[in-house]
Design a protein around this ligand. Sequence first.
Ligand SMILES: [Zn+2]
Length: 409
Amino acid sequence: MNEHLLERFVNYAKVNTRSDMNSQTVPTTYTQVEFALTLAEELKKIGMKEVEYNEANGFVTATLPSNLMVDVPVIGFIAHIDTADFNAENIQPQIHKNYDGKDILLNEDLGIVMTTTEFPQLVNYIGKTLVTTDGTTLLGADDKAGMASIVTAMEELIQHPELPHGKIRVAFGPDEEIGRGALLFDVDHFQADFAYTLDSGVVGKFEYETFNAAQAELTIKGTSVHPGSAKDSMVNALLVAAQFATALPQEEVPEKTAGYEGFYMLSSQVGTIDEVKATYIIRDHDKATFEKRKKQFAALVDQFNQSFDHPRIALHLYDQYYNMRDIIEKDFSIVELALEAYRSIGIEPDVKPFRGGTDGSIITYKGLPTPNIFTGAENLHGKYEFVSLEGMQQAAQVVIEIARLNSKK
Ligand SMILES: [Zn+2]
């Protein structure tokens, strides 16, 4: 399995599939379409059935038919094609076989080194095969590692018909990193009973709790007057924006919170005396606290507006995704199935609330419960991103083991 998996991952990683927040096409970049079409061909070649590329949503889906005499629940495995908002031009994955535990020279010409002082977790990979960047791009192991593990697991199951499995559906979709891809995912067409994304970090991680998430967009209107004659007439939108930011709870920000603690975060702010546009994100695992946070935010806007002669702050507040736990809790067996698979192949599960969202958060709320499995990748979204071959292999084994355990249900 190993050589195939490594080659497959490197081939995927080399293709620039960065998504683009500012594009309105589906997918947002054409390279994702090309990648999806090549992937569809590969899936046919390894023997997958019902391979389809859906132009309306950019998803490639395929089926591995059951090899059982009885019906068992249909499992889906899902990963995303796009990579994060970081340089993805000319990605040159570097393979470090039998890693010696020392600093890794990523780029000799530019003197870029991944040091064990800065990344002490590297010690966990001694003797393993690491894939890193050349220091100028991201690697895109998020989520090409997930993709490579799923495809390799399917290939393994096809080549070994003695491994029991029910019907399996796989899906590979675009634009996860900008939070849009899964919104268009066609759950009815996918026809799985439950699914897993492979889109998390180090080996052992498992996530079925995510944030509830909302975004608040503020437009603050000032009154711009020549500073020489501004007394009692100027309203400086820049200052109003600054006052607003400091009126929010100062301890409830990402840099001061962890675990189940929610936050407000100012994510962008641009403008002039005349007008400022500010964007905040609001996050909380607990639904009730999440609703309270949104109310508090809106109340603060009202309070500011009342201090002016007329309302100067317009608020556009909307939900982005919800904590999948509220749905997954209703049938915990899909969590138990995955954790049983981890343990049965010797992986100690590390289950923590995820301080973010996944494609699975959106897909779960579309009616398909979809927790998240590890990929083996670390330092995502930047030039120090890396993945171990062994980690990807373990992810592929988890997929195969979940299918085996499910075949006995
Ligand atoms: Zn991802």
